[in-house]
Design a protein around this ligand. Sequence first.
Ligand SMILES: Cc1cc2nc3c(=O)[nH]c(=O)nc-3n(C[C@H](O)[C@H](O)[C@H](O)COP(=O)(O)OP(=O)(O)OC[C@H]3O[C@@H](n4cnc5c(N)ncnc54)[C@H](O)[C@@H]3O)c2cc1C
Length: 460
Amino acid sequence: MAKYDYDLFVIGAGSGGVRAARLAAMSGAKVMVAEEHRVGGTCVIRGCVPKKFMVYASEFSHHFKTAKGYGWTVPEATFDWPTFLAEKDKEIARLSGIYVRNLQNAGAELVHGKARLIDAHTVEVEGHGRYSADKILVATGGRPWLPRELPGCELGITSNEAFHLPELPKSIVIAGGGYIAIEFAGIFNGLGVETTLVHRGPNVLRGFDDDVRAHVTEEMERRGITVLLGCQHTAVEKAPEGLISRLSTDHDVTSDVVMFCLGREPYVEGLNLEAAGVKLSETGAVAVDDYSKSSVDNIWAVGDVTDRINLTPVAIREGQAFAQTVFYDKPTRFDHEMVASAVFSQPPIGSVGMTEAEARHEVGKVDLYLARFRPMKYTFTGQAERSLIKLVVCAATDRVLGCHVVGPDGPEIIQMAAIAMKMGVTKAQWDSTCAVHPTFAEELVTMREKHVPMAMGQEA
Ligand SMILES: Cc1cc2nc3c(=O)[nH]c(=O)nc-3n(C[C@H](O)[C@H](O)[C@H](O)COP(=O)(O)OP(=O)(O)OC[C@H]3O[C@@H](n4cnc5c(N)ncnc54)[C@H](O)[C@@H]3O)c2cc1C
């Protein structure tokens, strides 16, 4: 008789958990997955996928303006939020169903309920009882961080609720400067909502290249978003005319909705990890080694709960590497270097490798190539939007260390750049690649002159 009920118990049916569970089950292992909400996790239910649908919906207002410049007569366009929500929810349900079927087809079992550890080999699922398992994978993801000490914090929403607002607000204040804040600012602005972004830092998108950060701020403002930097909420108050955001600059903004996008935290609450002796890092994430193993020999963790690179494809690859290591006897580490990422701001960003500041810090002397230009699509439409392409190159080795694109299809372009960069492409090889014309991306391979940044105080 088997010593345990299951070979593997996975807590969380999101991107990382589902990939790991499927692969493990396909190896012949007996696998159980617990999910407290809906199968698919953040990405499918309240993250990347519904967010991208909202981006698509919101971009039409801009397309209508561009169309006029091309001679189209565009009658006054109206947008119906409930219609969009219903269609979006239908698609999310379809995708979640596919995830469930994929798990079942692989032979994994699924139990709905909140799971918590009893000890290193026992998991209890609310409403279902206890299960013993040889190995446990924690894949519980992250959740929005809230400034709970802020007076009136409870009046605000997070990205979780933004996908289900009963009606489209007329105005919104979004607090935060990370990619989720920037994306939702673009979404609501594009849908015709008066949008104010409040961020305490001197610039948005910490961690991205400084030229990208400044460029995106300018473009957001050009599209009509009010960007308030260097200030933060001191309170949110309810008034007959709406919610009043009291800001540290003694400035008040009244809006229908206040949304907090102030970061995310690893979701470990209620997991009772201490019962098994699983150690957490300083940021409250499950501490893991390169193979995603926790401080306990038979417990692993992947995805956002480990707070490494919090992106869907990374969670998937970590889940896959775990399954290969543990169930296919193929020790595999996911390489967290050169992971490309996108921000679906308007215009969007694609970025891979080091920022200029990181490269200067890591390798010393760098060569920069930078182009700022009006995309061809807008040259005669009256739209002043500008794009930016920047390459950061190691002066000593000629290796391309960073590529940053802000403009139409930036996220699509960066996927291809990432392949070359992962292979260690040099600027000479990059330049030997013939352009595809007429495209936005051709600027990438036609930047010959080095860019010399202006010294402080030299700016016009
Ligand atoms: C608004 C938003 C937009 C995003 N956009 C992008 C994007 O464009 N591109 C990108 O790559 N990434 C994006 N992300 C990040 C991406 O969604 C996450 O990195 C990814 O989903 C992490 O996968 P995961 O498996 O670690 O966790 P999750 O997908 O969060 O899955 C964890 C699952 O565990 C369940 N769970 C938690 N605790 C328990 C418990 N105790 N018992 C049972 N079940 C439990 C949760 O309900 C959840 O379903 C976005 C995130 C957000 C919030």
